[in-house]
Design a protein around this ligand. Structure first.
Ligand code: CMP
Length: 139
């Protein structure tokens, strides 16, 4: 197994529901380590930049409105196979399809307001981490 880093975002629905501590605890209980962490309130423009790969999708406006509707916690998780581990812990994008016990099954309301984001590949993890953090902030 390789040690990897991946980007996680605790989204505005989850911060509104006061779930930050519970979600962070879950990552740590599952063996991932927090390598960097910041609470931010993204502008619409910042959310559009982060999700630029989805710019042509019909839900892009809704997604970026939501992501800039309140504070998020952005963090870097580190550990064995961290990209896949984080995706397993989050569950499917749509909470209706997420496995029992996953963060999205437990805490998400809809496909749009789905509590957490996680990088989908090691390549995208590097791009997404660099969007929010300088390498000097990763410890
Ligand atoms: P995330 O993992 O942050 O990556 C892209 C996001 O787009 C995804 O989670 C969902 O929240 C959102 N998304 C995907 N499909 C839809 C959809 N059909 N309607 C609204 N939002 C969506």
């Amino acid at each position: 197994m390789a040690t990897e880093r991946t980007l996680s975002i605790i989204k505005p629905d989850a911060t509104r529901k006061n779930l930050v501590g519970r979600i962070l605890a879950r990552f740590e209980e599952e063996g991932l380590r927090v390598a960097a962490l910041r609470k931010i309130w993204m502008s619409k423009r910042q959310a559009e930049g982060f999700y630029a790969v989805h710019a042509a999708r019909p839900f892009f406006g809704e997604l970026t409105e939501f992501m800039s509707s309140g504070p998020c916690v952005v963090l870097v998780l580190e550990g064995d196979d961290a990209v896949a581990a984080n995706r397993r812990i989050m569950g499917a994008t749509n909470p209706a399809e997420a496995a029992e016990g996953t963060l999205r099954k437990l805490y998400a309301d809809s496909i749009g307001e789905n509590a957490v984001h996680g990088s989908d590949s090691l390549e995208n993890a590097a791009i997404e981490i660099a969007y929010f953090f300088a390498s000097s902030e990763l410890t």
